[in-house]
Write a protein that binds this ligand. Structure first.
Ligand code: ADP
Ligand code: MG
Length: 347
């Protein structure tokens, strides 16, 4: 994919598939968990891409594959134009500093036996980027950057609040000035009262340091606030992607429309124009995903596209303005199906 100015994307994921053995065929399906089924996206240098979807849609698995914490079943991951999918641990090492992760749970993701200063220093040491006095100065600067008092560097993670720990996680991830930051629900384990402060910090750091970010969340309001572009995942697949303002102004997939109708927006005008669409049932099991359109079992409009929705999988189609959507009901020019006409499932 060619992006602005012909620059290679900071991160490119192509047709990523991850299947886990389920261990128990009695649970149904083919004994395989279809966690991620053909996900593709590219993040331009300095771009923030939001990956949204309900719990179980495969977001964390995408992140883990990108970081090579789990091995992809198939597909390609390119970091700054370099295919890192099949590199060995040793080959991967020089590329690692360009890709760092902030985890969902700041309580379990920091080594409890190290002081926070040691935790932040670790990547710098590992990549041989600083030592001695220079390392000391670097850590002090990083603590300052993320708004932590200098004396906290001699404390252990359990002595810190959740918000402070996540600041340590950010300082650690950004210590080596990565090109890409992967943040997997970095605030969802935190008190609501500190969530905004961490998000503001992330936004300020991104603006000053210019890294690209894959920001994973189930919360659309956060995406609207933070991200340049959004990809919506459902049952292991991206069903819609667009620039943030375009997606919020003109959601096309019934799933995105439902998610948006339930989200709180700061714009009362926009809120009034929306009807609340209640999705019935749970996300289906990735052990036995529905045939055809994976969303059809919960789609209030599925009957309109039957039997096509049962037989044929909708593919992501470009409908203009950088907007791609995978739905049989969306017209060739991006005409969205009108859920408001429908009584089924609409409150
Ligand atoms: N190691 C694993 N073994 C088996 N199934 C897994 C494993 N990791 C994730 N899954 C399954 O893959 C699906 C996607 O999970 P996940 O990527 O964590 O979704 P999300 O982050 O969107 O909540 C879920 O059904 C989950 O149970
Ligand atoms: Mg997750």
């Amino acid at each position: 994919m060619s992006l602005d100015g012909g620059l290679a994307p900071a991160l490119e994921v192509e047709d990523l598939v991850k299947r886990f053995p389920a261990g128990n065929r009695m649970l149904g399906g083919d004994g395989v968990v279809h966690a991620v089924e053909g996900v593709s996206f590219a993040i331009a240098p300095g771009e923030l891409l939001g990956l949204v979807g309900e719990s179980g849609s495969g977001k964390t698995t995408v992140a883990n594959c990108v970081l090579r914490l789990v091995e992809p079943t198939s597909g390609t991951i390119r970091l700054r134009g370099v295919d890192i999918t099949r590199l060995s641990r040793r080959q991967l090492r020089p590329h690692r500093r360009h890709l760092h992760m902030v985890f969902q749970d700041p309580y379990s993701s920091l080594n409890p036996r190290l002081t926070t200063g040691q935790i932040v220093a670790e990547p710098l040491r590992l990549h041989g980027l600083a030592r001695g006095k220079a390392l000391d100065g670097k850590i002090a600067a990083l603590f300052d950057l993320v708004g932590l008092r200098p004396e906290l560097r001699f404390r252990y993670p359990h002595e810190l609040s959740g918000g402070q720990r996540q600041r340590v996680g950010l300082a650690r991830a950004l210590s080596v000035e990565p090109s890409v930051l992967v943040a997997d629900e970095p605030v969802s384990a935190l008190d609501v009262s500190v969530q905004a402060a961490i998000l503001n910090l992330l936004r300020d750091l991104q603006a000053s340091m210019g890294f690209s970010c894959l920001f994973i969340t189930h919360d659309l309001a956060t995406v609207e606030y933070l991200c340049d572009r959004v990809a919506v995942m459902y049952l292991g697949k991206i069903v819609e992607t667009a620039p943030t303002h375009e997606l919020f102004d003109s959601p096309k997939h019934p799933y995105t429309q439902a998610l948006l109708s339930a989200a709180v927006t700061p714009d009362p005008e926009q809120q009034r124009g929306r009807r609340r669409i209640v999705l019935t049932g749970e996300i289906p099991s990735p052990l036995d995903p529905p045939s055809g359109c994976a969303f059809r079992t919960r789609c209030p409009l599925a009957h309109r596209s039957a039997p096509r929705s049962v037989d044929e999988e909708p593919v992501l189609r470009d409908v203009g303005r950088g907007h791609l959507v995978a739905c049989h009901l969306v017209g060739p020019g991006g005409e969205a199906p009108r859920l408001a006409d429908e009584r089924l499932g609409v409150a």
